[in-house]
Design a binder for this molecule. Structure first.
Ligand code: 5GP
Length: 218
């Protein structure tokens, strides 16, 4: 899977940025900010069978669907990837991702390591994987408790799962430690900007160089 598109008159390959981390390491805040700061980047909104947390809106954080509908979408091939995480199912709807790439925008995925490796296998040249680490496990726990969105039992389950998620760090192209949010965010934005500039993502350069060399020198 790959999509060539024209942006500002130039032929480009669409970029798929995948961000993973254990719950509470800050990936959601960072992804939202990256999308808010870049008009050419769109967030992939996943489907989930888990219930909404306080403040979450259907269609904004997730599409909240029940297990029957989820399984029907799996059977229809409607997901680019899906996985069971924390006893719930999460899936990336396929059609909006393709539509975004075809419309000339990049896509950001906030998904776990299983989804990250599945999307990377499907579009090896167009996926960039970024992992966010907490500075310490104490800090991770503190952030999960402070966001006060989950009950004690859910927090405990998410913390239990963190070492398994963190163990996947070496599958990723970039690994950021979210010690200072603004610094980690700046690094994330630099990664995105540099990845967009890669030669392979800018096929227009071939014609540009040919024209450059053909053009009169004086
Ligand atoms: P939460 O319930 O905290 O919103 O998300 C739990 C985990 O599921 C997070 O690690 C999140 O990145 C991951 N996740 C969210 N959507 C998807 C998805 O569509 N696919 C996969 N594989 N993981 C997802």
């Amino acid at each position: 899977m790959s999509v060539l598109y024209r942006a500002h008159g130039q032929l480009r390959r669409g970029l798929m940025l995948v961000i993973s981390s254990p719950s509470g390491a800050g990936k959601t805040s960072m992804s939202r900010r990256l999308v808010a700061d870049h008009a050419d980047l769109e967030l992939s909104v996943s489907c989930t069978t888990r219930g909404p947390r306080p403040g979450e809106q259907n269609g904004r954080e997730y599409l909240f669907i029940d297990r029957t509908e989820f399984d029907a979408r799996v059977a229809d091939g409607g997901f680019l990837e899906w996985a069971e995480v924390h006893d719930n199912r999460y899936g990336t709807p396929r059609a909006p991702v393709l539509a975004t790439l075809e419309a000339g925008r990049d896509v950001l995925f906030d998904i776990d390591w299983q989804g990250a490796s599945s999307v990377a296998a499907q579009a090896p040249q167009d996926v960039v994987r970024i992992f966010i680490l907490p500075p310490t496990m104490v800090d991770l726990r503190r952030r999960l408790v402070a966001r006060a969105q989950d009950g004690a039992e859910v927090i405990a389950r998410r913390l239990d799962r963190a070492p398994g998620e963190i163990a996947r760090w070496s599958d990723y192209d970039y690994v950021l430690v979210n010690d200072d949010f603004d610094q980690a965010y700046a690094d994330l934005a630099h990664i995105y900007h540099a990845e967009r500039l890669k030669r392979a993502r800018n096929p227009w350069l071939g014609d540009f160089v040919a024209g450059l060399l053909d053009a009169p020198r004086a």
